[in-house]
Design a protein around this ligand. Structure first.
Ligand SMILES: [Zn+2]
Length: 415
């Protein structure tokens, strides 16, 4: 249901504000949501203690220790020195150790910015001796920062720090808090970002529920996970969100300001990044409430999720159309189903392009027949299990004619 959620949103619905905090330094990531929000309830929030580099109080020793750790990490990755890399990682949390092993392996293959360098621009104290560091990421040494991200470090007795994630015990109690139309399940650890997540979650759910009529009013639960060890359903290295199939209630989401949320381009906010995967997975949840998601073709379920998340991957699709490489929707479904199976030989680009086909196929279907007919087709096929017959019964158009019409439409929208 995911693996398809890693293309950042281009049209941010949030305002990013950056305040210059020291001459010559780049800007910190101070993302401020501009959407008004009435909070139905919220736990008492304590403002986190924050340090700016321009404040004399700033924990300069901690900043220096973090920079030292980051430099050692970057050097180790550039040299491919696993032992030196491991020496920068807090070893107490086994899931974290495994994830960082994956990071090293990925980086060794050139896939995870082996030349990137990091600089802390702001620090925030966290419980149990941890410190959250807001970092700027340069693609290579000396290059201007292109991305920002937030990592956690643990203070060591000798004054150094290690790159860390807290253990499950250190995250505090998991609790649920209602925010208008959604419910967030979150740890104490995330008290400082919960309001921002609530804004993204409500925005995503508004988008989903404006297109999918649900049989009953339900409030989705968004389970927020600040670490890789926090939930067994969200341990994939680069998965930002996931629907728990069959639950009809819960979507898992990475916390803002966590390693798993990944870096974002300096012109974007973490909120805007999470909006697409969250809207995508919430669509799966809503789909499952209307009709079991496993009973409809992949191009319909993934296409609807991408359509509602407004994630059309237009550049990829238009390029395929222009070079007469457009696939049928059956082919797109096959690639979505088998894309991660190495024996089939599909690349990540193939899978992404299959999602682009699915979203455009869904858009064409809905523009031509309407969303009500989309569900009618889904139900008809779920009961008959005969695709061509079901398609003709519902639309009065043959599946092959629809395919040809869709090819022509695709040429037309990019003409
Ligand atoms: Zn999906």
């Amino acid at each position: 249901m995911d693996g398809d959620v890693q293309v950042p949103l281009r049209e941010s619905r949030f305002t990013r504000r950056c305040a210059l905090i020291a001459a010559g330094l780049a800007t910190p990531c101070v993302a401020a949501a501009s959407l008004p929000l009435a909070l139905a309830s919220s736990d008492s929030q304590q403002k986190p203690r924050e340090f700016g580099l321009d404040e004399p109080l700033a924990d300069e020793r901690t900043t220096f220790a973090i920079q030292t750790c980051l430099d050692a990490r970057s050097d180790a990755l550039m040299r491919g020195d696993r032992q030196a890399f491991v020496a920068t990682i807090d070893q107490r949390n086994p899931t974290w150790r495994r994830i960082q092993g994956d990071v090293f392996d990925l980086s060794s293959r050139g896939g995870w910015g082996p030349t990137a360098t990091f600089s802390p621009v702001r620090l925030q104290e966290k419980p149990h001796g941890y410190v959250k560091a807001f970092l700027e990421v340069s693609p290579s040494r000396g290059a201007p920062p292109a991305e920002c991200t937030t990592w956690v470090f643990s203070r060591q007795a000798d004054g150094t720090v290690l790159h860390a994630e807290p253990t499950n015990d250190e995250l505090g109690m998991r609790q649920t808090t209602s925010f208008g139309t959604v419910v967030l399940s979150h740890y104490d650890w995330d008290a400082d970002i919960i309001d921002r997540v609530a804004i993204v979650a409500q925005s995503a759910w508004t988008r989903v529920s404006s297109i999918i009529d649900l049989p009953e009013v339900n409030r989705p639960i968004i389970s927020l996970n600040p670490t890789y060890g926090a939930h067994s359903g969200l341990r994939g290295f680069s998965t930002w969100a996931a629907y728990l199939p069959g639950s009809r209630s819960t979507v898992l989401l990475r916390s803002l300001e966590s390693f798993g949320a990944g870096p974002v381009p300096i012109t974007e906010t973490e909120e805007s990044r999470l909006l697409i995967p969250l809207a995508h997975e919430l669509t799966h949840l809503a789909n499952d409430c209307v009709l079991s998601i496993v009973k409809i073709p992949h191009w319909m379920s993934e296409g609807l999720a991408e359509y509602i998340a407004d994630n059309f991957r237009t550049r990829e699709f238009s390029s395929a159309v222009a070079s007469n490489r457009q696939w049928s929707l059956d082919k797109a479904s096959e690639i979505i189903e088998w894309g991660s199976d190495v024996s089939r030989g599909y690349t990540a680009n193939d899978v992404s392009l299959a999602y682009a086909h699915a979203s455009h196929g869904t858009r064409y279907f809905i523009e031509r027949f309407g969303i009500a007919r989309f569900w009618e087709l889904a139900r008809e096929f779920a009961s008959s299990r005969r695709w061509s017959e079901s398609f003709f019964t519902v639309t009065n158009v043959s599946w092959s004619d629809f395919g040809a019409d869709w090819f022509r439409w695709s040429k037309g929208i990019f003409a």
